[in-house]
Ligand binder design. Structure first.
Ligand code: AHR
Length: 679
């Protein structure tokens, strides 16, 4: 029996309760949300082989080769000394065509293929220059140094260069165009649009090719190909993934990490300053998840992303601690890091008369962004040196001195790490807690916030997930999530923000040339090169944020059936032999004060129907009709996949017979949301 008590005033639901968390993991941006289709566009990945690139030859008698050219390369021929476009684009790709029998070129395999769709305009751009090769000049002082140099490879580079999106065997051309390469030893950027026909069938069996049929040395850099983007933003994002996020109605976006904020070493922290401005100035950096982010998704792009989905940024600033355990102690050595965070905040909210505000305006966004929450670091409980207290306070003091309106979030939760928490000065206003658990642990701990100190700091559950299912979560994980969310929602006077992690996963498996795309199982939104889908957990998130009032309705429960949780290794270590009992029904309710709508969420974690009596105590008049939204499945491991994306999705129906006391039977393995109406 569940009782919703309308006689007591309920606390206010946090208006920021449900948001998103993001970082570059699982090819979330490169090969994911960030719409760039060219892998390794500036040739920085895998210094010895041009990762993602290969030589194309129509006729094997063409004598051609590709090679990465670094600026410090020893035996460079003399025109190659000019091959750095900017300080960021220092490595280029050289195509040497000694003999051309038919077409010769370079091909990019994309991120697990290039997505070909009908009637689609792709924007291609690249830097290119051509030359012939000549014999190296003689040493100064040598008698023959004045002799004219003999071409070794004849320079026929000037002329048409073909650009195509084509099948991997080269037999089908999906879209093509031509540029006219000028004779010049200096870099020049060329741009063109490639458009597919209306009858093209969607495929990822495609590559991007730039080709010639003439001899010479061709140099390439910053090769880029963009399909249409969300809201047609240049350097923008994949529309399907943006739409999926917008549909969740997130109140905020926490970025840029996660571990991605920290980097493996102190020198690898998210380099926000070098993620600004034209792509020509973005060298990319090491990243934290085993591959090199291009940083096409830079600070401004994160902020525009927030704007595009109506979310407020929650900005994580690097706090002098990285993943290998190194840290900078509070004091003068930490000051440059604090200053860097102040610069970053100024970029986000400074007016155009400030140095970084002016930079943002120059980057195309004169209006300051909305910003209220700054997170100082990420998971600093891993810093066993206990330096966070000092580091947090140094950052907080400097940030608050300049921006009194900002709220600094501590990454150490008192409840989880009492020995490491911030104790100096005033208590942090908000603590970030992270929970990665299985469904049993979620069910067991779903009520943990019921007993949190109401006078203590507010809680931001900045990363959490029920980790079952891969690459995306399954039904039982979604039931773990839903139970956990009822606990956060019932306590959203203290749990002011929450976000699931990780948000994205590229589900492509390894190919002969590309590695498996993901590093972390149990993610929310899966996609390949062409399509995307939501895990059952995604739909639960969406349901919870859509059906949400502004006041918590106090609830009590009687006779909730329980089940024994399996014993864990930790239990055995603690000498526990009797399994604890965990509830099998979870619940929360909120009310929209303006409309009188009541949203009652109930989770049934058992594989059988469970009857529930719902008592609307003190409600007055309730409409006999209601909307019921249910997500369910037939077995715990049931899930959605890229090939079967809609197996587990919510279904809405109208139900009748609602009164101040009514009974319903909850479906097996289900989350049900009742939208009731007062009056
Ligand atoms: O979400 C994956 C990782 O889990 C995050 O990068 C990190 O903050 C946490 O440990």
């Amino acid at each position: 029996k569940l009782t919703l008590d309308f006689t007591k005033p309920g606390a206010t639901v946090s208006p920021m309760l449900y948001g998103l968390m993001t970082e570059e993991i699982n090819h979330s941006y490169d090969g994911g949300l960030y719409a760039e289709l060219i892998r390794n566009r500036i040739f920085k990945d895998h210094p010895n082989t041009p990762e993602g690139w290969s030589l194309v030859r129509q006729d094997s008698s063409s004598n051609a080769a590709i090679k990465l050219m670094a600026p410090t390369e020893s035996n460079v021929l003399f025109d190659e000394r000019r091959h750095a476009i900017t300080g960021a684009l220092t490595t280029c790709l050289r195509l040497t065509v000694e003999k051309a029998n038919g077409r010769v070129g370079i091909a990019n395999e994309g991120y697990w293929g290039i997505p070909v769709k009908p009637n689609t305009a792709y924007r291609a751009s690249f830097y290119i220059k051509g030359s012939g090769s000549v014999q190296p000049p003689r040493r100064p002082g040598s008698q023959q140094s004045v002799a004219p140099q003999r071409p070794v490879i004849e320079d026929n580079t000037a002329g048409p260069i073909r650009v195509t999106i084509e099948s991997n065997d080269g037999k089908t051309v999906y879209a093509s165009g031509t540029i006219d390469l000028a004779k010049s030893i200096y870099w020049k950027k060329y741009e063109l649009t490639l458009t597919t026909a209306a009858d093209v069938k969607p495929t990822t069996d495609a590559r991007f090719v730039i080709s010639t049929d003439r001899t010479g040395l061709y140099y390439f850099n910053l090769v880029s190909l963009f399909p249409p983007t969300y809201k047609s933003r240049p350097n923008g994002n994949r529309p399907d993934l943006m739409q999926m996020m917008a549909d969740m109605k997130p109140k905020f976006l926490r970025f840029p990490g996660g571990n991605f904020l920290e980097g493996p070493l102190l020198t690898d922290a998210f380099p926000w300053k070098q993620t600004l401005g034209p792509l020509e100035q973005r060298p990319g950096h090491k990243g934290s998840w085993g591959y090199r982010p291009s940083d096409g998704m830079g600070l401004l792009e994160f902020l525009l992303w927030c704007e595009d989905i109506g979310a407020e940024p929650v900005l994580g600033v690097y706090a002098g601690y990285s993943l290998n355990g190194d840290h900078i102690d509070a004091g003068p050595l930490l000051k440059p890091y604090v200053d860097d965070a102040l610069d970053e905040i100024e970029y986000v909210i400074g007016d155009v008369n400030t140095y970084w505000g002016a930079k943002r305006a120059a980057d195309g966004h004169p209006e300051p962004f909305k910003l209220r929450y700054i997170e100082i670091g990420n998971e600093d409980w891993f810093d066993r040196s206990n330096s966070y207290d000092g580091r947090f306070n140094q950052f907080r003091a400097a940030i608050e001195a300049k921006y009194s309106q900002l709220i600094c979030i501590s990454t150490i939760a008192d409840a989880q790490y009492p020995d490491l928490k911030v104790t100096t000065g005033k208590k942090p206003a908000v603590l970030d807690e992270h929970y990665y658990r299985n469904s049993w642990a979620m069910w067991e701990n779903a009520s943990q916030y019921d007993s949190y100190d109401r006078n203590g700091p507010k809680i931001f559950v900045g990363e959490w997930a029920t980790r079952e299912g891969a690459p995306t979560t399954n039904l039982i994980a979604a039931l773990g999530d839903a139970a956990w969310m009822t606990g956060m929602e019932r306590n959203s006077d203290i749990v002011i923000m929450s976000c699931y992690a990780p948000l994205f996963v590229n589900v492509n498996t390894a190919t002969t040339t590309a590695p498996k795309a993901w590093q972390w199982d149990s993610d929310l939104i899966g996609y390949n090169t062409l399509n995307s889908y939501g895990a059952p957990s995604y739909h639960v998130q969406k349901m919870f944020s859509h059906y949400l009032g502004d006041k918590i309705v106090p609830m009590t429960a009687e006779n909730i059936p329980t089940q024994p949780r399996p014993l864990t290794r930790r239990d055995s270590a603690d000498g526990k032999t009797t399994p604890p009992l965990v509830p099998t029904v979870f619940y929360s309710a909120t009310k929209d004060e303006k409309t009188g709508a009541i949203y009652l969420k109930v989770v049934n974690t058992l594989g059988k129907k469970q009857p529930v009596e719902i008592n609307l105590m003190g409600i007055g008049k309730v409409s006999p009709e209601a909307t019921l939204v249910v997500i369910k499945g037939d077995k715990p491991e049931a899930t959605n996949t890229i090939t079967d994306p809609e197996k587990i999705v919510p279904v809405a129906s109208k139900i009748k017979g609602i009164a101040s006391v009514f009974t319903r039977s909850l479906d097996p393995y289900s989350v049900s949301i009742f939208q009731l109406q007062i009056g």
